[in-house]
Design a protein around this ligand. Structure first.
Ligand code: SAM
Ligand code: SF4
Length: 326
């Protein structure tokens, strides 16, 4: 379906849970997090219902995110059922990789085609500093297992931060020479009321790209209709590719095809807009599908034209990333 700005909306990001086994510095504070109460979190049954309705409105791709999807009990059973929904062309998963070794084979067997693993450092001590947990080795083993069971390519999300991990940008890029990894460098985004926006840590996609060009020419890689906002390139002779998500510096809003469903059942047109539509309450009140379909249409039609952010003058949104689904 088209929104009021003539964009095709075909991609739903679904936050399976707001809980997580890590505490990344840019996403969740170590203390004082207000988690959504269990009764307010949408059940798997409700999610399946909502995804089915979204498919009727033109959604063709679903990404499961969170929080950390793999920490929610019964997740694999849910995936199996999600994969049976007709009309979905692609289901993918974003995970921090900590539990990937355990679940990679099950995820693959369900029919999930793509996974993104978030990994901001290749150094165990630094990983601990960024995430609050000493889990680098588990993520590394998770990536190994994912490769073994046949995920190819594997996307790796790297939030680039000045003075934190920007000295590893070239190491990540070099990985694509040997491995079929798609490394996605993401600009750090201002999100969540409790986070202090670390403006001094911001490093733009352009700066990252410039650094990588010191390794050699970057060749543009083709895109398809369900692709996200990453600009994709490959180094000469590389097995993998590098991508840049300039969430702040590069206004990709003109091509944004996304809708988000939060862990407590609210539909959002934009990560950065606090405008959202409560779908769970009418669903629980037993309102019919035609009413719910109208709410979905309204959210799509009224998707904000752009996020209105500027790199050095950010506007925070009230919800944190883990509850919206990053
Ligand atoms: N827990 C899973 C993970 O980390 O992959 C899925 C949820 S996480 C919110 C999804 C993605 O959002 C991750 O790649 C994470 O690095 C990114 N993210 C979270 N907070 C961010 C922020 N403030 N700026 C940029 N990216 C962020
Ligand atoms: Fe958890 Fe992912 Fe947020 Fe890190 S980015 S705290 S792994 S939800």
């Amino acid at each position: 379906m088209l929104d009021n700005n003539h964009r095709v909306i075909n991609y739903l990001r679904l936050s399976v849970t707001d809980r997580c086994n890590l505490r990344c510095i840019y996403c969740m504070p170590e203390q004082g997090i207000q988690f959504i109460s269990h009764s307010e979190v949408i059940t798997y049954e409700e999610m399946l219902h909502m995804v089915g309705l979204c498919v009727q409105k033109g959604i063709r791709k679903v990404r499961l995110t969170g929080g950390e999807p793999l920490v929610r009990k019964g997740f694999i059973g849910f995936l199996e059922r999600l994969c049976l929904i007709e009309g979905l062309e692609e289901i993918s998963l974003t995970t921090n990789g900590v539990l990937l070794k355990t679940f990679a084979a099950d995820i693959k067997n369900c029919g999930i085609c793509r996974i993104n693993v978030s990994l901001d450092s290749l150094k165990p001590e630094r990983f601990l500093r960024i995430t609050g947990q000493d889990c680098f080795e588990r993520v590394r083993e998770g990536l190994e297992k994912a490769e073994q069971v046949g995920f190819n390519p594997i996307k790796i999300n790297v939030v680039a931060m000045k003075g934190v991990n920007d000295d590893e940008i070239l190491d990540f890029a070099r990985l694509t020479l040997e491995k079929p990894y798609h490394i996605r460098f993401i600009e750090i985004m201002p999100i969540g009321e409790k986070n202090t926006w670390p403006a001094e840590k911001f490093i733009s996609a352009k700066e990252i790209q410039k650094k990588i060009k010191t390794l050699g020419d970057l060749h543009p890689v083709g895109r398809n209709l369900l692709d996200g906002p990453a600009e994709r390139f490959a180094l000469e002779g590389a097995k993998g590719e590098v991508g840049f998500i300039g969430a702040l510096s590069n206004h990709f809003c003109d091509n944004c095809n996304r809708l988000r469903l939060t862990a407590d059942g609210h539909l959002r047109g934009c990560l950065f807009s606090d405008h959202e539509t409560d779908i769970k309450t009418p669903l629980r009140e037993g309102k019919g599908d035609s009413h719910l379909l109208d709410l979905i249409s309204d959210t799509i039609l009224n998707k904000p034209r752009d996020h209105g952010l500027l790199p050095y003058k950010p506007r925070k949104c009230v919800r944190s990333m883990n509850s919206i689904g990053g």
